[in-house]
Design a protein around this ligand. Structure first.
Ligand SMILES: *[C@@H]1O[C@H](CO)[C@@H](O)[C@H](O)[C@H]1NC(C)=O
Ligand SMILES: *[C@@H]1O[C@H](CO)[C@@H](O)[C@H](O)[C@H]1NC(C)=O
Ligand SMILES: *[C@@H]1O[C@H](CO)[C@@H](O)[C@H](O)[C@H]1NC(C)=O
Length: 393
């Protein structure tokens, strides 16, 4: 295969990302409509289109509502300048060209870390043989009383000890998939960090590289993503596409993290990852989130006054990994996290930098986005981590 062909392939792969990537409730309902319509055999298409239109309308109006409420919160929060910003203004200095001035406050970071210490995140946030030896039975976070017994094959595919034990990752960048990254030119700044975390098998290819960077040390994936993009690893083509995506877009030795043990339905396509990597001689390293760690993390945030799991809502993976990074990294910079439909200047913002049609954001029923974002802003204000939502140059 010559290099021109290869570029074309990578491009096609990126174009595929324009398709919606998940089957949340509205789309599942759409599916049942399809079945009913086909059964009726008449006017099926019309019904489908009507149903789809209704879903979209409901979602947009809900999102507008939540957006309006949270918009006010945002204005209140953003008008509250931090002490360091006020000082700078007095001294007539310009803040950085990101439109935000930010300095790490090691005292505040250490203080929060002390609260998170009991979690032993570095040692235990991924499943490893040393923490699972006695308890091969893994519980599900959101299905009480259900658990899975790890058979030999799975157990031996786990690392002996967590690869994050006893090491610091240095300066970390967490790169969310928000459309706020578009045009930000943050790529270079992101690539200059020591460890880059990306989410949900995000495309890392042209034309996005200037904005998002190239480097990827860890990437997460989800059941929805595995299904829509890689046929849940059920076909040879899906498995090959998966391994090629890892290698072409992230390079060698990337950690690929997933959370099979949230609800039972998540399991299939994710538990198959280690086997697929081995059979393709891949150097990527598959890791699974330890469900007990997720549960303890939710508990600790609740103690700190942030209740993120009510009914079906839980952490967004962005917030979970930010919490993990608080222990693993010396400094945390977060890009592409911006749950609003407009940027600071009022320009419209896509939900994803790769222009997915996925509807979500603030009205995503799984996540308490407003609470999470308010917390992240507070941590930013206190110098614990930096949220970057402007242009880098
Ligand atoms: C850093 O954080 C500590 C603890 O939250 C606080 O007391 C201190 O004033 C902060 N320092 C700066 C320079 O903001
Ligand atoms: C993996 O490596 C083995 C031994 O080097 C080789 O025989 C096999 O064909 C490789 N498999 C793939 C999918 O590249
Ligand atoms: C939160 O729960 C939903 C469904 O219950 C699940 O799909 C998602 O993966 C969970 N997120 C995390 C970070 O565990």
């Amino acid at each position: 295969m010559d290099s021109r062909q290869l570029t074309l392939l990578v491009h096609v792969d990126c174009i595929m990302d324009i398709l919606p990537s998940s089957c949340r409730r509205p789309k599942c309902r759409l599916k049942s409509f399809v079945v009913i319509c086909l059964a009726l055999g008449v006017l099926g298409t019309c019904l489908v289109l009507t149903a789809y239109q209704i879903d979209i309308d409901v979602i947009s109006s809900k999102r507008a509502q939540v957006g309006a409420i949270f918009g006010e919160t945002w204005t209140a929060i953003s008008s509250r300048a931090t002490p360091s910003e006020r000082e700078e203004e007095q001294q007539g200095q310009h803040s950085s060209n990101t439109g935000q001035s930010w300095q790490i406050n090691k005292t505040a970071l250490l203080h929060l870390r002390r609260h998170l210490n009991p979690l032993q995140t570095a040692r235990s946030f991924v499943l490893s043989q040393d923490i699972s030896t006695k308890k091969r039975r893994v519980p599900f976070v959101f299905s009480n009383k259900k658990s899975l017994y790890m058979k030999d094959g799975m157990y031996h595919s786990l690392p002996k000890v967590s690869p994050f034990s006893g090491r610091s990752l240095g300066v970390c960048s967490l790169v969310g998939n928000g459309g706020i990254l578009t045009g930000s030119k943050c790529g270079e700044q992101i690539d200059s960090s020591d460890f880059v975390i990306r989410f949900n098998m995000a495309p890392v290819c042209q034309p996005y590289l200037d904005d998002i960077g190239r480097r990827t040390d860890l990437v997460t994936t989800s059941r929805d993503r595995m299904k829509s993009k890689f046929n849940s690893l059920n076909s040879r083509a899906g498995r090959e596409k998966f391994v090629n995506h890892l290698h072409d877009q992230y390079g060698q030795d990337t950690y690929i993290l997933s959370a099979p043990f949230t609800v039972r339905g998540n399991i299939g396509s994710l538990l198959g990852i280690p086997e697929v990597l081995t059979s393709h001689n891949s150097s990527a390293v598959a890791l699974f989130i330890n469900p007990s760690h997720v549960e303890k993390m939710l508990h600790i945030w609740r103690e700190l006054g942030l209740d993120l799991s009510k009914g079906e809502t839980n952490f967004s993976s962005g917030f979970y990994y930010a919490s993990v990074a608080l222990e693993l990294c010396d400094q945390i910079h977060m890009y592409g996290f911006w749950p609003f439909r407009e940027d600071r200047e009022g320009r419209p913002v896509h939900y994803h930098y790769y222009k997915s049609l996925d509807l979500g954001g603030l009205n995503n029923r799984w996540h308490a986005m407003d609470k999470e974002y308010e917390k992240l802003l507070e941590l930013h204000d206190h110098g614990v981590l930096q949220l970057i939502s402007g242009n880098c140059r």
